[in-house]
Design a protein around this ligand. Sequence first.
Ligand code: UDP
Length: 363
Amino acid sequence: MNSLRLLLVSSPVGLLGSGLTGGIELTLRNIAGELAGRGHHITIVAPQGSTGWGMPLVEIAGTLQSSAQTQGRDAPIIIPASSVLANMWDYVRQVQGEYDLILNFAYDWLPFYLTPFLRRPVAHLVSMGSLTDAMDEIIEKVAIEFPGTIGVHSQAQAKTFTFADCCRWLGNGIDLSDYDFCLEPESWVGWVGRIAPEKGLEDAVAASKLTGVPLKIMGVLQDKGYWQKILWDYPDAPIGYQGFFSTAELQKRLGQCRALLMTPRWVEAFGNVAIEALACGVPVIAYCNGGPAEIVEDGKTGFLVEPNSIGGLIDAMGKLDEIDRYTCRQRVAAMYSNTAMGDRMEQWFNDILSRNLEKGSRE
Ligand code: UDP
């Protein structure tokens, strides 16, 4: 494929490096790194103070956006004064002529709304399922007007939208060399993610308390009130909060776990932590819902449990000896390597650009 000039526009809810953009951070870093390695020219646009991991980064000042997952279905679109989102997209408007394609990582109304106003094609990598009516409406409009430009991480995520058939499945990918394989785990299980209500940490804590199996918790403390309530509700559970780690540190700790528990309350669009755990050889016990249900093969690379069933989690924890840790890593190598993801991304961009060319020649 010819070398492309790609402008990657990050989420406005947090700085890259802070953990507050959730999985977007790792996804963006891996996509940028893989595509740069293939000879494409990458520039990242992100809120001021972000890290660009050594890649060209344009930092934009402004007020951060609040996260979409904390709002109700009828939530209106709110844009604060001096919005970093508006500033980032004003920058995109100014420099678009220097790029072949713009890749949007923000789950926000404005980039979708602006798509028809821009001269360059925009590929939208949608990071969450349906959350608000206003977002559904604007994404659907773009899906219809610009076919093929809405990318999703799982079929389950796509199905939360009425326009599921217009979404392009991309999965996700990680660099396996960033994750060491660990054959001999310790006695504990792990839970990794943003500590926030939609992630359902309390179910993993309940399973740890009932089995006596220690639970190590890693991730950004996004909702401190929620975390305090868990400590209050389960004062004697054998749990420990370890902190928020870089990928290098996270994978060391992840590898030691007998299993990773994933207990989300929402439809998890993908769940990067599932492929990170599997890459280390760690089986994943997940509620049978959303992205994890497409990643984990029940009985082979972990167990899929009825959603919200603590009994189900406990049963699965008792069967972990049945899982071969090598098979877990192989699953990632086959489906979710950076190479596999890079191929899917290039194909996606290629399709968007060819369609755009055709459209241009018709006009
Ligand atoms: N993560 C991290 N350090 C930690 C815990 C988590 O960097 O200590 C990252 C992890 O690598 C993953 C992200 O946080 O990329 C969580 O993403 P996921 O897709 O699982 O959930 P999201 O937060 O997007 O809902």
